[in-house]
Design a protein around this ligand. Sequence first.
Ligand code: GTP
Length: 456
Amino acid sequence: LSADDRIESEVAQRRGRRGAQGGFDAARGIRLGTPTLAILPDLGGRNTAEGRDAEAKLAEVVNLAQAIALDVVHSEVVRVRAASPSFLFGKGQVERIAAAVAANEAELVIVDGAVSPIQQRNLEKALSAKVIDRTGLILEIFGERASTAEGTLQVELAHLDYQASRLVRSWTHLERQRGGFGFLGGPGETQIETDRRLIRDRIAKLKRELEDVRRTRTLHRARRQRAPYPVVALVGYTNAGKSTLFNRLTGADVMAADLLFATLDPTMRAIRLPGFDKVILSDTVGFISELPTQLVAAFRATLEEVLEADVIVHVRDLAHPDTEAQQADVLGVLRDLGVVDSPDAAPILEAWNKIDLLDAPARDALLDQAARRSDAIAISAQTGEGVDVLRRRVAETLQKAARIVDVDLGVEEGARIAWLYEHGHVLDRVDDGVRVKLKVRLSDLMRARFEGRASA
Ligand code: GTP
């Protein structure tokens, strides 16, 4: 096997899931180890999210690119005074970037911002390299990470949507040049029209598949909810340290013995916590700022586990200059998902990660602050410091966490109905004279007692 063949087969393996979904070819042209340039166009605070630190943002895009195994050979912030409609960058800047592409033999240029289809095409010509923008990059990452059937379909849908919008625009542009021919199909059909039709057909097919998947998922979820294991979901901004913490929490010594979910999904593991033999711990895809709208659904689909969580652990990188802005991003998405500020919202604990990177005064201040809060625990996922405290705190929170459960009892079971009123918070009651259907908010502990009584 040549080096190229090996890379190809590795890519094929990594993308196996996508391949199996039926020819999802969005990654065409991007392979493992592609020499890549990462450019952050800095439009003076207008395009860099809420005045975030440009260098930190550049580091983030480099990190994201590396996460999908691109080889970033050069990265820089390029200050753009006035965005050019045809190239985004100024003429001299384009020449400089082209020189960097040539010097590094780069094949891909990531422009971490919004790049119009026309700018993309012009840049590709001027730089002799493939150009993708932030949306394109995030699509690649989601494609890599989507682990559920729904997530995979959503990502593909978003990808096609993105492609279609690019085709549509260049097509109308072409059409205008040809004098406005309005007919689809027929002998004069151009390649772009054919592409558009293929994409449209594929989108329609995907939407049908999504419907099917949603139907099965609802069944699946109903089944899982009946499983007696609490679910803890790790969420957090990209690079906050979720996977590191996940690995630490699932280290051999804390893994539950006969693992129901151990082999199902790499991002879900059964672990043991003080007082709990089995808790399902789930890792999620990292949150990213400025998520393009067409990606929101795809991103949410990858967050399915969060909706089922009994406790959410929000992992934060306290050593990052934009840690506050990142927190706001994460909470914003959680709010959109309806898991914050709703009556059955799971409690959220904050794991203040990377304290090993702070200097002594900053560290002490942070430890002090965390000690005064019941919902924040300072940790280092890397060194393990504080992780035992986190484990205990999660367990305590699970004990207290309230969940809304639906209970269906016969009218004659007055004692049990009264018990529920006494130990839980009854939110809804439907009484048809034969059955009493209650919607009750119950702590895990009380739910277990209630179920214990049921079987006794
Ligand atoms: P995404 O997959 O992008 O969402 O990132 P993640 O949140 O899973 O972060 P990950 O665990 O991959 O960690 C990101 C980087 O931070 C890695 O280089 C880790 O080694 C590093 N890291 C994680 N936790 C700590 C920590 O407590 N201290 C230090 N110094 N580095 C850490």
